[in-house]
Design a binder for this molecule. Structure first.
Ligand code: URA
Length: 231
């Protein structure tokens, strides 16, 4: 396939726009800059543009550094959706592998692979999620044990699964949970009489928020990151 056609198909741009992209000398094929529209690429070629690998077909796996003020849904009458930060073709095929509240920041995974996202969100698989939490009131001495034992949330049957609390400062903790109930972190602290002032997701399973991303930026996951979810 010609390189300009490949760019049209993967980026959803016109032939003219593909030529402009090539002239900007930002297209890398198998490690070397390529600007010839007629150069040949195959399924095995590694084509990169602006640091992202372009793929003709197959599932897509993206990490987004979600800012405050964006909702994790395709549409919302009030707030902008986090999808507005993603500039990809075939957007309707993508979904969030676990949502964050509108005021929560941090790691959001986006994919068109339903089995992969099920592995992250299904309570059966107990995929770990780690949050940095800033609290209104100081952490109390018994919090670590209480999170370990499980917490009774309002209007829920039974306790939450054992969670790990790592106290980082008087009012700051890292909390690792293995489930994803509605507003779970905020409700866990509310059940102890405290209040979450700010919440940031740092990690899902073994996938950590890439600190080189700015708020609102995204990148494709590496093969290792994608596969880590199946471990
Ligand atoms: N728990 C919450 O309360 N909010 C989030 O956004 C994620 C986990």
């Amino acid at each position: 396939m010609r390189l300009d056609k490949f760019l049209c198909d993967t980026l959803g741009v016109t032939r003219k726009e593909a030529h402009q992209i090539l002239r900007s000398k930002q297209v890398i094929v198998d490690g070397a800059m390529e600007k010839r529209a007629a150069s040949h690429v195959t399924e095995e070629s590694v084509v990169e543009w602006q640091g992202n690998q372009l793929k003709l077909s197959g599932p897509r796996y993206i990490m987004l550094y979600k800012p405050e003020g964006f909702v994790c849904s395709h549409e919302d009458g009030t707030n902008p959706t986090a999808f507005e930060l993603i500039d990809e073709i075939k957007m309707d095929r993508l979904h969030f592998a676990g949502r964050l509240d509108v005021d929560t920041t941090g790691l959001v995974l986006i994919t068109d692979d339903g089995q992969w996202s099920h592995r992250i969100t299904s309570p059966k698989h107990k995929c770990e999620k780690t949050y940095r939490v800033w609290l209104d009131e100081p952490v109390e001495e018994d919090y670590v044990e209480k999170f370990k034992q499980g917490i009774q949330l309002k209007s829920e049957d039974g306790l939450t699964l054992p969670a790990h609390l790592d106290v980082r400062a008087e009012k700051e903790v890292l909390l690792t949970i293995h489930e994803g109930k509605y507003h779970q972190v905020k409700r866990m602290f509310a059940a102890l009489g405290n209040r979450v002032e700010a919440l940031h997701r740092e990690k899902i399973g073994e996938i950590e928020m890439d600190e080189s991303l700015e708020l609102g930026e995204y990148r494709y996951l590496t093969e290792e990151e994608v596969n880590s979810i199946w471990k």
